[in-house]
Design a protein. Structure first.
Length: 127
């Protein structure tokens, strides 16, 4: 997700759609499979959503600064690297530390990532 290319309103809508997706899927797993599956699903969604939020906050902070030649690419690469590392750390903590159930965690994680890919098309088509 390249936050500087999108407006703040667009980015908020995208993150809101991801948050709604993880809440809905977590609730469905909770209702049909129990507390551990619901919590695991929420954890998986957070592992996909939270790094995106951190990336956006960093991008918004740096967006107001005047770009130095070559700095924009490095800033983006550093933000993406932090996002990937945070995702890996969260997944390790959730799977190893909290003994989350893999299936709901993985499905919710993938669902939130799919929303990140599909949502810009849906948002842009609505106008």
């Amino acid at each position: 997700m390249s936050a500087p290319l999108y407006s703040k309103r667009f980015t908020r809508r995208l993150l809101s759609m991801q948050l709604i997706t993880l809440i809905i899927i977590g609730t469905l797993f909770y209702v049909f499979k129990g507390v551990s599956w619901g919590a695991s699903a929420l954890a998986g969604g957070v592992a996909a959503w939270l790094p995106g939020v951190v990336f956006i906050i960093l991008a918004w902070r740096l967006q107001g600064q005047s770009p130095v030649k070559g700095r924009v690419a490095w800033t983006f690469a550093l933000g993406e690297a932090c996002k990937v590392l945070l995702t890996i750390v969260l997944l390790f903590v959730e799977l190893g530390g909290f003994n989350a159930v893999f299936v709901p965690l993985g499905l919710t994680w993938l669902s939130v990532l799919v929303v990140q890919i599909v949502a810009p098309t849906v948002i842009n088509n609505k106008g």
